[in-house]
Design a protein around this ligand. Structure first.
Ligand SMILES: C[S@@+](CC[C@H](N)C(=O)[O-])C[C@H]1O[C@@H](n2cnc3c(N)ncnc32)[C@H](O)[C@@H]1O
Length: 554
């Protein structure tokens, strides 16, 4: 069977092994900031895609990519397979995916990988004996519910119908109702699975439905999935052995194989791997679990690497976007935003967002940077680390937050010199001289987990006015992050004499539509009497709001 309808080999522009293509994920909205950074630091042209940037660099320079401040995860692209011949037949699709393993440029991927990670033994880029076949394709429908209308290709259900159906299914599962249906389903799954050799542990198989990170709702909506799957394929073959890692206990719960069957045979000469599949496009007859499982099974049959979901050396990433398949190796084992913070607060910001906010301010050497509402200190720590030749200071009204920031600053100081002044203060009455700051970068309380929407009506105008006082006229900038757009807009209108909004970057922050506002300080000198008058009008309006209809807290 032909893998692709156009061609079965990687694209023509597959890089030579001394140059590789990197894709890096970026918080959607900050792609252009990340592109600018990558072009400046890596000196290569960068393409922007939604939520990612892509570029080619010498394979030897791969490690430099991990020094970029604005990216979250990055991968080396081994091969692209455009227009894969995905038919309506699930088994055919799985067979096509398995075949891809033969033509992936493992040599390129492992060359890039070995510039970041190491393994005590050499990792062969091709097996000693190329296996004639990479195992039988299996149905991902072991995760489907054949009797489940949301899984069948029937008339489309409305959102509320889907919701009702999901609730019903959850209730049925939790109460053990519809047992007959479950039994039928198990029978079908058993019959459909050519790999289980009749040895499926039925209760595990059922629990897979309940414990899998892919809920039935995710499946029925089916637009974008990101599922990391241990290679059930390899596990479910009774002739093969897999490592039994206690850390994988949860994962093994949704293995369709009886736990008794697992034996430990970890080959220390070989690396451990896992496959992660990201699937986009709703028209596939398979899910990402099935795709990762089949692809992983084929990789296992090809290299006989060890399998480990948590303790992996190598992460193979299978991106399926409609009919285009890209196979990558992960260069980050956890997102790069997990840096600096030891003492977490309720609203800790991702370091990558902090970095991108700081970059949007176009900071120059010697400038003074201030985060007047620092929480746990992500912004000031990122500022002090990446803009060493600047002065960073920060503060918060809450004693606990000041303590957390200090703890985090001390933590980072253990590995690199860091200078951050941390003070307890009120942003509306900063103990700072007028026109003493160049840049204010802060993450305002949204009024959801921190503060309240009502309080924001007073806080935001007061904060912006005080930042206008302490920032240098004409030269000063501010970068403010919030989700409370009504309040920030009101505060911007109150302080319009001092702040001009030059740019806004909207992005998704944990499901909330957040926005970063880049403000430039006008030439207008701060006038205390004027400011007091403007603020008192704003505060009066806020009071009237309090007295009148309550402001919704969303
Ligand atoms: C969204 S949190 C900041 C989170 C921070 N970026 C982090 O990464 O942890 C907003 C912070 O503003 C602080 N805050 C609220 N009102 C303030 C005020 N009047 N003066 C100074 N800080 C204030 C809160 O205590 C809270 O820590």
């Amino acid at each position: 069977m032909c893998i692709c309808s156009k061609m079965s080999a990687p694209m023509e522009d597959t890089p030579h092994d001394d140059v590789c293509e990197i894709e890096a994920t970026v918080i959607t909205g900050f792609e252009n900031v990340a592109k600018e950074e990558a072009e400046e630091k890596l000196k290569v042209p960068v393409d922007v895609k939604r939520g990612r940037i892509a570029f080619k660099i010498p394979t030897a320079d791969v490690k430099k990519v991990l020094e970029l401040g604005g990216i979250d995860n990055c991968f080396v692209v081994m091969s692209r397979f455009p227009d894969v011949n995905f038919t309506n037949d699930e088994l055919e699709c799985m067979a096509a995916l398995r075949k891809i393993v033969y033509t992936v440029n493992w040599k390129l991927g492992l060359a890039a990988w070995s510039n970041v990670y190491s393994f005590p033994r050499p990792i062969s880029t091709t097996p000693e004996v190329i296996p004639k076949d990479l195992g039988e394709p299996t149905l991902s429908s072991r995760f489907h519910r054949p009797n489940d209308p949301s899984q069948q290709r029937g008339p489309k259900l409305s959102k509320s119908e889907k919701r009702k159906l999901r609730k019903k299914q959850a209730w049925e599962r939790s109460t053990g109702q519809n047992v007959q249906q479950q039994k039928e389903r198990k029978k079908v799954e058993k019959a459909e699975d050519p790999n289980n050799g009749g040895s499926v542990d039925e209760s595990s198989s059922v629990s897979s439905d309940n414990k899998s990170p892919m809920k039935s709702g995710d499946m029925s909506e089916n637009l974008s999935e990101n599922v990391q799957t241990q290679l059930r394929q390899a596990e479910s073959d009774p002739n093969k052995t897999v490592e039994s890692d206690p850390a994988e206990a949860v994962e093994s719960d949704f293995s369709p194989v009886s736990k008794k069957q697992k034996t430990t045979e970890h080959d220390p000469n070989k690396p451990a791997f896992r496959v992660t599949c990201n699937r986009n496009g709703g028209s596939h007859p398979f899910d990402s679990m099935g795709a990762a499982s089949n692809f992983g099974g084929a990789v296992y049959n090809y290299f006989h690497w060890n399998v480990s979901m948590k303790e992996f050396d190598i992460e193979v990433i299978l991106n399926i976007d409609d009919r285009d398949v890209t196979v990558c190796l992960g260069l980050t084992k956890q997102s790069l935003h997990h840096r600096f913070i030891k003492a977490f607060g309720p609203t800790a910001l991702r370091a990558t967002i902090a970095f991108n906010m700081l970059r949007l301010c176009k900071i120059e050497p010697g400038e003074v940077i201030c985060d007047p509402m620092c929480g746990g200190g992500t912004i000031p720590i990122q500022s002090a680390v990446s803009w060493e030749d600047c002065t960073t200071l920060c503060g918060d009204i809450i004693h606990k937050a000041v303590k957390r920031t200090t703890e985090n600053v001390n933590y980072v100081s253990q590995t690199q010199p860091l200078s951050v002044e941390v003070v307890r203060w009120d942003v509306t009455k900063l103990p700072l001289r007028t026109e003493s700051m160049d840049v204010c970068v802060t993450d305002l309380p949204f009024g959801i987990r921190s503060g309240s929407k009502m309080n924001n009506w007073r806080l935001y105008p007061g904060a912006l006015m005080e930042m206008a006082r302490v920032c240098r006229v004409e030269k000063g900038r501010a970068c403010l992050l919030t989700q409370d757009k009504k309040c920030i807009n009101k505060a911007l209108s109150v302080t319009a004499k001092y702040w001009k909004c030059r740019n806004m970057v909207g992005f998704n922050m944990g499901g909330l539509a957040a926005c970063v506002y880049i403000l430039h300080r006008s030439v207008e000198k701060y006038n205390a009497a004027d400011a007091a008058e403007m603020l008192s009008t704003a505060l009066l309006q806020a009071k009237n709001k309090e007295a009148g209809s309550p402001i919704k807290t969303e």
